[in-house]
Design a protein around this ligand. Structure first.
Ligand SMILES: Cc1cc2nc3c(=O)[nH]c(=O)nc-3n(C[C@H](O)[C@H](O)[C@H](O)COP(=O)(O)O)c2cc1C
Ligand SMILES: Nc1ncnc2c1ncn2[C@@H]1O[C@H](COP(=O)(O)OP(=O)(O)OP(=O)(O)O)[C@@H](O)[C@H]1O
Length: 316
């Protein structure tokens, strides 16, 4: 069981007492828990194991860039609950979730070390080569080492790259914006997934022969570009293949519904699952969403989408 502590600049952890074991801690946003993040976290877990110390991760919530005014960062690749689950699966013992607010934004690197890091009792802090912290991101891995004055060691992880580019949350967001879920998969090391609850739609799906589960995401997820995707869904530990439309249904709503919806049609499945929690993995993109001249044309296209999705999923 991973322990989770919420802390803030106003209410940091009580000072560490010398009887507690010192921790090895990775620090960062870790949105997505992608392959680059995994290098950093795996190092923390491995070092902790060899020191017989707890492995910790410090992460921030909300995303610092949202607090800095970049609205799209309200949406995450891994909303906090999901991120914590993934950290636990990697063998992390303790997660410190630091509330990021206007005050923390203005804290100097010195103040951050003094007030937030030192009370935790660290043996080692592990950060990536491009880690920044403190007001205006002025703190770097070098200044972390200098300013901590030997209170803990600092280990810096080299860039983890795929095909010559650093794996980053930004690159994954950009891939999803293009609908390139295959690229997102490559950088994450697993398919991009959205978890949500099945809610009632207009029940039109059933009348057109393709019942769909309308999924209301649990938390604010970055959604892939509107379009049709082959999916693999997990429900109560069982896997189902299917096809999903992410979009505004222009065929039925003139100008489209205001907020994109997620509608998944699972193959050979006709149970009532309203209220169930579904995790949808996006496996491949099939096409863009379109406005069809008639329901009949849409239905014929969905039939072809389903065949294409089955073919993609077979080789997956
Ligand atoms: C695989 C798939 C592809 C779809 N493609 C489109 C599309 O290109 N254009 C569109 O207007 N609606 C598309 N839809 C959405 C359907 O219009 C929608 O599922 C249906 O109207 C049911 O809506 P309801 O759940 O609100 O009742 C698609 C749905 C599925 C499952
Ligand atoms: N590809 C990578 N190789 C090595 N370290 C990384 C890599 N990506 C991130 N890190 C490190 O992991 C920690 C968390 O990184 P963070 O989530 O800020 O990175 P990111 O994925 O590059 O995000 P963004 O694209 O939003 O800037 C930081 O210490 C960072 O330096």
């Amino acid at each position: 069981m991973m322990l989770v502590y919420r802390l803030s600049y106003q209410e940091p952890m009580p000072p560490f007492d010398a009887l507690q074991p010192r921790k090895v801690m990775a620090i960062g946003d870790f949105d997505g828990v992608h392959l680059g993040h995994r290098e950093v976290i795996r190092r923390a877990v491995a070092d902790a194991e060899s020191l017989r110390a707890p492995a910790a991760v410090m992460t921030f919530d909300p995303h610092p860039r949202e607090v800095l005014g970049i609205a799209k960062y309200a949406y995450s690749l891994t909303p906090l609950e999901r991120k914590l689950e993934l950290l636990e699966q990697l063998g992390v013992d303790i997660a410190y979730v630091v509330s990021f607010d206007e005050q923390l934004m203005r804290v100097t690197p010195e103040q951050f070390i003094e007030r937030v890091l030192l009370p935790l009792g660290l043996d080692t802090a592990i950060v990536g080569f491009d880690f920044t912290f403190g007001h205006r991101g002025l703190g770097t891995p070098d200044s972390l080492a200098q300013l901590s004055k030997g209170a803990f060691a600092v280990e810096v992880i080299r860039p983890f790259e795929i095909e010559g580019s650093k794996v980053s949350s930004t690159a994954i967001r950009e891939a999803l914006e293009r609908g390139d879920v295959a690229e997102a998969h490559k950088l994450l090391g697993r398919p991009y997934a959205v978890r949500g609850t099945v809610v009632h739609g207009d029940a039109r799906g059933r009348t057109i022969g393709f019942p769909t589960a309308n999924i209301e995401p649990e938390g604010l997820y970055v959604l892939p570009a509107n379009g049709v995707y082959a999916i693999r869904a997990e429900l109560d530990g069982e896997r189902y293949d299917g096809v999903m439309n992410v979009g505004v249904k222009p065929t039925f709503a003139s100008g489209g519904v205001p907020v994109p919806t997620l509608e998944a049609h699972l193959f050979e499945f006709n149970r009532d699952i309203y209220g169930a929690v579904l995790e949808v993995q996006l496996i491949s993109r099939l096409r863009s969403e379109r406005k069809f001249g008639s329901v009949q044309e849409l239905v014929e296209q969905i039939r072809r989408d389903a065949e294409e999705a089955k073919a993609h999923l077979l080789s997956f």
